[in-house]
Design a binder for this molecule. Structure first.
Ligand code: NAP
Length: 282
């Protein structure tokens, strides 16, 4: 069997698998934390095809491998290959982290909890009792909708260009979830962009997922995008007087949850954040 993960220098291996994955910021984030905490682990980004994923899952059963992060397009494949999934990962049908519990591979999804921790840390309020509009209905939108429902949001409206996907994502929020329209943005407390509109390298960096006029002062406006750190959407929201949050908080907090699952240590959030911002700002 091909070897994907085990480093030759005796350190415990961890990695993110995806396709493509070479531009992943995860090695920067985790290796900064391992060095700071003096944990003898090393983390790499490994490009694997869908056909290779089951071999990787066999490999992480071996001693010397500590854990695995999973990114596109393998989150659903891994959910079907691990021995157990957490209720969150089960409901999403997607795994972004694999931990080892004895001989058992456990699949987690830390995206939604990472989002909630980030919004709590950055707004000092969190989502409880708030009406929220989630724009987009893909993997991130689903994780956020599920987490918002669990965190006690009063309403979770999902709007995307595909009505059936919106409905499915909104259903994850439970009875407070429903599909809706961008026209409802004006009346909500929190607006979340969970589409790639505005992301660097997509050709639509200048576009907004929602017209600026639809936002107002006092709202919390979140862009899950972290590259660039300030999208045109966040710049417009700031000009209007809304409180804004970029995707770095969710990125760091979901990674911190994975770090703790693997090492049983509290993650050095500031170190991880500084490392990733330095990398993005290069
Ligand atoms: P995804 O599964 O591909 O979903 C993307 C969603 O955006 C889908 O609903 C898609 O609609 C919609 N969309 C894409 N292009 C669009 C366009 N031009 N106009 C309207 N809608 C469009 O992607 P994802 O994994 O959910 O990621 C979404 C965003 O969140 C990305 O920017 C990603 O970088 C970010 N993200 C951030 C974090 C973090 O930690 N901060 C974590 C995960 C994701 P269709 O289904 O119709 O194509």
């Amino acid at each position: 069997m091909a070897k994907f993960l085990i480093p030759s220098d005796g350190r415990t291996a961890a990695a993110v698998i995806g396709d493509p994955v070479m531009h992943s910021l995860s090695p920067t984030i985790y290796n900064a934390a391992f060095v700071y905490d003096q944990v003898n682990w090393s983390y790499s980004a490994v490009n694997v095809t869908t056909e290779q994923v089951s071999d990787v899952l066999q490999e992480i059963r071996q001693p010397g491998v500590g854990g695995l992060s999973v990114t596109m397009p393998h989150k659903e494949t891994v959910a079907n290959l691990v021995d157990e999934t957490t209720p969150h990962a089960e409901r999403l049908g997607a795994v972004n982290c694999v931990s080892k519990n004895g001989g058992t591979l456990v699949g987690h999804n830390t995206d939604g909890k990472g989002f909630i921790k980030a919004i709590e840390a950055e707004t000092n309020e969190g989502a409880k009792g708030k009406s929220c509009l989630v724009i987009g209905a893909g993997g991130a939108a689903k994780a956020v909708a599920l987490a918002l429902g669990e965190a006690g949001a009063s309403e979770v409206i999902v709007s995307s260009r595909n009505a059936s996907k919106s409905k499915k994502a909104a259903s994850l929020a439970g009875k407070v979830g429903r599909s809706g329209s961008l026209l409802e943005a004006e009346k909500v407390d929190v607006i979340i962009n969970a589409t790639p509109i505005g992301m660097r390298g997509t050709g639509n960096e200048k576009l907004l997922p929602l017209p600026a006029e639809a936002m107002h002062k006092g709202q919390i406006v979140v862009d899950l995008i972290y590259h660039p750190l300030q999208t045109e959407f966040l710049k417009s929201a700031s000009r209007i007087g809304a409180r804004t949050m970029n995707g770095i908080g969710m990125l760091i907090h979901q990674a911190a949850l994975q770090y703790t699952l693997w090492t049983n240590k509290e993650a050095p959030l500031d170190v991880m954040q500084a490392a990733v911002i330095q990398q993005i700002s290069k």
